[in-house]
Design a protein around this ligand. Sequence first.
Ligand SMILES: Cc1cc2nc3c(=O)[nH]c(=O)nc-3n(C[C@H](O)[C@H](O)[C@H](O)COP(=O)(O)OP(=O)(O)OC[C@H]3O[C@@H](n4cnc5c(N)ncnc54)[C@H](O)[C@@H]3O)c2cc1C
Length: 309
Amino acid sequence: MTETYEVVVVGGGPAGLSAALVLGRARRRTLVVDAGEPRNEPSAHLQGYLSRDGMPPAEFLAVGREEIARYGVELVRDRAVDATRAEDFTVVLASGRTVRARQLVVATGLKDELPPVPGLAERFGRDVIHCPYCHGWEARDRATGVLASSPTSVHQALMVTQWSKDVRFFLHEVRETELADEDRRRLAAAGVTVVPGPVAEVLAEEDRLTGVRLADGMVHDREVLYVAPRAVPQNALLVRLGAELRETPFGSFPVLDERGLTTVPGLWAAGNAGGFAEQVVNAASRGYRAGAAINGELLFADLDAAVRV
Ligand SMILES: Cc1cc2nc3c(=O)[nH]c(=O)nc-3n(C[C@H](O)[C@H](O)[C@H](O)COP(=O)(O)OP(=O)(O)OC[C@H]3O[C@@H](n4cnc5c(N)ncnc54)[C@H](O)[C@@H]3O)c2cc1C
């Protein structure tokens, strides 16, 4: 049997839960489908969210789940594997359950694909980090490395000098001659030491990062290593439903209006499913905005239909 909701939200991270909170409070019959793999899961603390700074990410989500439950929103631990659109949306879950909704919010986030350097992945979110706004304060004044792993890595190396004056930029697979003159000059002006040669391994002792070993055997003592993971937008449902995408240096994200509506009527995106740069507070804000806009859409669609009768 296919159950019908007014809104189905796919993804129960900050964006999806925030949309669901508004919709629940607006008395909309709402289902959240969440696979339970939030992006910041590797980190012990979530930073930079006013009034929640330092809260464990799992606690943040647990509070959010309690809040939506107060307003009758259902949440199911499952994965949306397919969706189609006729008059309504039909969403197929991995469990085999099928649900229908008048409006669909995709808040599926993105995945971080790390460079395949031995020892790196297991330390991600702790002392191998990607974002100075998330972790820079905690990593301040540490012996810092930056692994060149994307075209934005020079920018990252320059940025982190705001948090540490001891920064080594490991060129890894980038040849020294590939650095633009302007980048070289800026790195020098910022006091960043450029280290050529491939990185062979990230070293750790007693569960703490201790250094970076180059392929030639040279070890650089470091306490923190920044990387720029490749962003993999979780956009399969948006693609399946025909939403127009825009190419960015960080992957393909949906074209959205200011409220989060895609180019497909009734299909919304929020949080990292809608853009690379959304931090937790922005993701929650986008979810809120989409939730409020959806409530208005449903209300006026029903009024218009009543007026036509
Ligand atoms: C290591 C790390 C640390 C970070 N630290 C911070 C920080 O301190 N402060 C900060 O502001 N930001 C931080 N971020 C960024 C933060 O993780 C994102 O801003 C935030 O997670 C975006 O929220 P979201 O709701 O869009 O996505 P997510 O939090 O990733 O939630 C998406 C949810 O959707 C689910 N999902 C995906 N596909 C499906 C599907 N098909 N069906 C059902 N469910 C699905 C996922 O399992 C997940 O539960 C950090 C990121 C990383 C990688």
